[in-house]
Ligand binder design. Structure first.
Ligand code: COA
Length: 158
C-alpha cells in the first residue's frame, strides 16, 4: 500500500491545499494530513481547530486521515509506514524553500521521498496569510476556502 503524509500548518486549510490533496490521492492509496504546530508561526487557529476544520472539509473524500503533528514529519511518516511526504509548489519562491526542506528531510530519513505537486492555475495565488488578511479587513474569502474553514472564521470573528 502506498501511503503519503501531507504536512502543513493549514491555518486555515484552503482550496489550494485540497487541490494538492486530491492530486496526491491519484497517486497514493492513502494520504495522512499532518497538521503542524509550526513553532515559527503564530497561528490564528489551534491545532485542534485546524484538524477539525480539515476533517469536515474532507468528509466526502475516502482514503484520507487528518492527524495532529507529533514532532518531526519524517518520524511521523515512518511511524505511519508512509513512503512519501507530499508538498505543493505554487511558485519559484516556494521552490527554494521546498527543495531545502525536501533535502533536509532526506538527510533525516533517506527512505522517505518528497513528492511535489503543482496546484491548478486558478489556485496558485492562494495562501493562508492572504486569506486571514482579507477576512480581517472584511473581504470575501468564500471562494478560496472550503465551507468548514469559512464557518470557523465566522465563529472566531464573532
Ligand atoms: N495552496 C494554498 N496555499 C498553500 C499551498 C497550496 N497548494 N501550499 C502551501 N500553501 C501556503 C500555506 O497556506 C502557507 O501560507 P502562509 O505562509 O501564508 O501561512 C505557506 O504556503 C506555507 O505553508 P505550509 O504549506 O503550511 O507549510 P509550512 O511551511 O507552514 O509548513 C511544515 C512546514 C509544517 C511542513 C514543516 O515545518 C514541518 O514539517 N514541520 C514539522 C517539524 C519538522 O519536521 N521540521 C523539519 C523540516 S525539514
Amino acid at each position: 500500500m502506498k501511503v503519503a503524509v501531507y504536512p502543513g500548518t493549514f491555518d486555515p486549510v484552503t482550496n489550494g491545499h485540497l487541490d494538492i490533496l486530491k492530486q496526491a490521492l491519484n497517486v497514493f492509496d492513502q494520504v495522512v494530513v499532518v497538521v503542524a504546530q509550526n513553532i515559527g508561526k503564530h497561528p490564528m487557529f489551534t491545532v485542534k481547530e485546524r484538524v477539525e476544520m480539515f476533517q469536515l472539509a474532507v468528509e466526502n473524500l475516502a482514503r484520507v486521515e487528518i492527524l495532529a503533528s507529533e514532532g518531526l514529519t519524517v518520524n511521523q511518516a515512518i511511524k505511519l509506514n508512509a513512503q512519501a511526504i507530499v508538498r505543493g509548489i505554487r511558485s519559484i519562491s516556494d521552490l527554494e524553500n521546498e527543495s531545502n526542506m525536501a533535502m533536509m528531510n532526506r538527510d533525516l530519513a533517506p527512505s522517505i521521498i518528497t513528492v511535489s505537486f503543482f496546484p491548478s492555475e486558478t489556485l496558485k495565488h492562494i495562501s493562508s496569510s492572504f486569506i486571514k488578511e482579507i477576512f480581517k479587513f472584511g473581504g470575501d474569502i468564500s471562494s478560496h476556502v472550503p465551507g468548514p474553514a469559512l464557518e470557523a472564521f465566522l465563529e472566531k470573528g464573532k
